[in-house]
Design a protein around this ligand. Structure first.
Ligand code: IFM
Length: 750
């Protein structure tokens, strides 16, 4: 059980101790199941405690911070992994640097964190191994195992297992020996933790003495050859209602105890095997890329919970505190494609979270004077706007944050996610019952937001695009074209509903007050929206006036260690053409058909040199676009830059959590970029352009109820496609079309 998965390509391993890299390692080694997230704190030892506190996050456990203008943030729950040891009555404390034998493994194949170490105190020497997991098959459940093999020494030893570090915003409600409950101070969310701990000495159960709620201790005498096994099962539940969290925690604990630690671990491992069967991407010829893709899929699979559609995935998932657990466009644009094609149930739950947030989005639009739904730029529990109104800059100036009001493309991004999910999965029931309403209300927002002006065109003024260096701009191409697309998608949906589900159409259109004149206005609005496209140059202007701004030669700043807005200062950055992240190029990534002829290439050549990549979301979109344009070396370069964000120790520390959007972007780059997967009505299209050195690429995808396996062999310039389930379809490779039938793999040159 304590042995890490034998194949090292499925593991991240670290040994020794480097204080400067600890917080990044803790992020990387986080375990999560979309409900619980536990940072990968080193198993031993940091000062006072023998086992260090591992910060635990519970999805949806948001509360407002106390200060004025405070926004909801994700609260860490109590640490359930704490253990203290006393040897001969003295607390056993080892500084990490004194434990050179310490190794830790993140076993990505099985979703485990393991550690192995030799400890010494007085005459005592022990080999200590640990395992921790949060169950992927029973999401409330966590398991901690510690095995101590006494190598030398006869000493009196005591071990106390407890639960510590409760956040002061969690108000205790009850404390029983095996269950504690809290309530968040302001949002009133209930949290319950139940736990059962046991200890065996040489296979014999040793009764604990109860030292308090969720606190047990044992005392015994060591002798060489002795084997001590500590086991703790916990269950952590969150609820809005009064007793629910406690009931859920109790029954989850009962289920887990009935299964036993070995059963819990086996079920968890089986769930991980299932996830990998749907989502593994194999690369031959590039070990770093293979590791990066495993790491990406590991965290993506860890981040989602298909059973809870009241939560979504924050920009750092449940692996760290940055951005207070808030949900951005990252989810719909960067994560959803992975889930749509590998785990549709998870994708659906994420979109249902947005559906439940429709009222908050309607209220936000109304508060700003528009109709329809304007989603929160940063959203937390119920979808209300959670963007902090200001931040303190490093020079201690107070900076106003305008994104919460002005970064409105989020509404089109959510709509894009809805459409993508529906067109990928064919989940009509979702479209009918939830997706259509999101599409209609977001389209309604754009129809109000794009204002008819004397030039006869519709303008969207005073927004922030993905490039947040330029605030309060007019006619951002990304925002306008996505808004226009949103309206078209809503009109198509209205047609579909009318034709296929007329009863639902009349019920929904009646409730929303949607009538023919309004649909006509939408159509006219979409036709009249300024897009910024100039057919003469083939360029989209990022926003009105962008071309007149100061050009800056970014090649002069290669090797800088701070973002470009810090190098130039905010004001000059605003007056320059330096872009924070893909903006027109984000549009190219999402709606490539909007770029006629060679306009895609032209825009790439124009905008790429102007981008400072001040967001982790930028390199993956550049990678994807470059790969599609056949700029494979450049794409690989951006792919590696993206992978380095979370995996390279040379990059900035990532103590605040993994950049889950960038990890989703890695997956998108490989599937939609290097493999060139696209879909056209009832056809799957493949245009592989693998990087030099990638001799083989293999992956699985779900599409319209079909499970498709794909293998691309670069040396032979051939590919194999197999339909493992679902009905026959057509595959287009270059200009050729091939039928694909179940049980009859397709072999073709590309
Ligand atoms: O959503 C992003 C945004 O585009 C740039 N700043 C960070 C956010 C969270 O990843």
């Amino acid at each position: 059980m304590f042995a890490p998965f034998p194949d090292p390509t499925w593991r991240l391993s670290e040994s020794g101790y480097d204080p400067l890299r600890e917080s990044s390692r803790e992020t990387r080694f986080a375990i999560s199941n979309g409900h619980l997230g536990v940072r990968g704190e080193r198993a031993f030892t940091r000062g006072r405690l023998w086992v260090t506190p591992a910060r635990t996050y519970v999805a949806g456990l948001f509360d407002r911070t106390g200060e004025a203008g405070g926004v909801p943030v994700l609260l860490p729950a109590a640490d359930w992994l704490q253990v203290q040891v006393h040897v001969a009555g003295v607390r056993f404390v080892e500084e990490p640097a004194d434990v050179p034998s310490h190794t830790m493994d993140l076993d990505m194949r099985r979703g485990l964190v393991l550690s192995d170490c030799i400890h010494g105190a007085g005459a005592l020497r022990m080999r200590v191994r640990t395992l921790r997991l949060v169950s992927l098959s029973d999401r409330e459940v966590g398991l901690q195992l510690i095995r101590m093999d006494v190598l030398e020494g006869e000493e009196a030893i005591a071990l106390e297992a407890s639960l510590e570090g409760v956040n002061h915003d969690l108000t205790p409600q009850s404390a029983l020996p095996d269950l504690m409950t809290w309530r968040t101070r302001r949002s009133g969310i209930a949290l319950a933790i139940a736990a059962a701990a046991s200890l065996k000495i040489d296979g014999e159960a040793s009764p604990p003495s109860q030292a308090g709620p969720l606190r047990s201790s044992w005392a015994w005498a060591t002798r060489p050859g002795q084997v001590v096994e500590f086991e703790r099962i916990v269950s952590v539940a969150r609820s809005r209602g009064d007793g629910d969290a406690a009931t859920t925690a109790r029954s989850a604990l009962r289920r887990a105890r009935d299964r036993g630690a070995a059963g819990v671990a086996a079920d968890h491992e089986a769930s991980w095997s299932q996830r990998w069967a749907c989502s593994a991407v194999e690369v031959d010829g590039d070990a770093d890329a293979q590791r990066a893709l495993r790491f990406a899929a590991y965290h993506l699979n860890s981040a989602a919970n298909p059973a809870d559609d009241r939560v979504s995935i924050g920009a750092r998932a449940l692996t760290g505190g940055d951005y207070g657990g808030h949900v951005f466009w990252d989810t719909e644009i960067f994560l959803l494609p992975f889930y749509c094609h590998t785990w549709p149930e998870a994708a659906r739950a994420l979109l249902m979270y947005r559906f439940h947030g429709l009222d908050a989005a309607r209220a936000k639009a109304a508060s700003l004077g528009w109709t329809g739904a304007l989603y929160a730029w940063e959203s937390a529990g119920d979808g209300e706007e959670a963007t902090p109104p200001y931040a303190i800059a490093p020079d201690r100036h107070v900076l106003g944050i305008l994104t919460g009001v002005r970064e409105q493309h989020i509404s089109a991004d959510v709509a894009y996610g809805v459409w993508r999910y529906w067109s990928t999965t064919g989940d009509d029931e979702f479209l009918r019952e939830a997706g259509a309403e999101i599409l209609f209300e977001t389209a309604r927002f754009w129809a109000a937001r794009a204002v008819l002006e004397p030039d006869g065109r519709r303008h969207v003024r005073g927004v922030i695009g993905p490039d947040e260096y330029h605030e309060t701009i007019d006619d951002n191409a990304f925002t306008n074209v996505m808004g226009q697309w949103n309206i078209h998608a809503a009109l198509q949906t209205a047609d579909l509903l009318r034709r296929k589900w007329p009863r639902r159409w009349s019920e929904l259109s009646g409730r929303l007050g949607l009538d023919e004149p309004e649909l006509l206005r939408w159509r006219e609005t979409a036709d009249a929206i300024v897009t910024g496209y100039d057919p003469k140059t083939g360029l989209f202007e990022q926003f009105a006036g962008f071309f007149e701004l100061e050009p800056i030669d970014l090649s002069r700043y290669v090797g800088r260690s701070v973002p470009m807005d810090v190098v130039l200062g905010r004001e000059r950055t605003r007056r320059s053409q330096v872009i924070k992240q893909a903006d027109v190029l984000a549009l190219l990534a999402l709606l490539p058909d909007t770029f006629p002829g060679d306009a895609g290439k032209r825009n790439f050549l124009y905008y790429e040199p102007r981008c400072g990549h001040g967001s982790s979301l930028s390199p993956p979109l550049h990678a994807l676009v470059a790969a599609r344009l056949g700029e494979t070396d450049k794409a690989l370069d951006y792919f590696r830059r993206t992978a380095a964000i979370d995996l390279s120790d040379a990059a900035a520390a990532i103590g605040g959590g993994v950049h889950i959007g960038a990890l989703g972007g890695l997956w998108m780059t490989v599937i939609f970029g290097f493999a060139g997967v696209a879909f056209d009505d009832d056809e799957i299209i493949l245009s592989p352009r693998l990087p030099a050195g990638w001799t083989r690429l293999a992956f699985s995808l779900l599409w319209q109820g079909r499970q498709i396996r794909c293998e691309i062999r670069q040396t032979a310039q051939r590919l194999t496609l197999a339909l493992d389930s679902g009905s026959s379809t057509t595959v287009r490779i270059g200009v050729k079309r091939y039928p694909l039938h179940p049980g009859l793999p397709l072999e073709a040159a590309y």
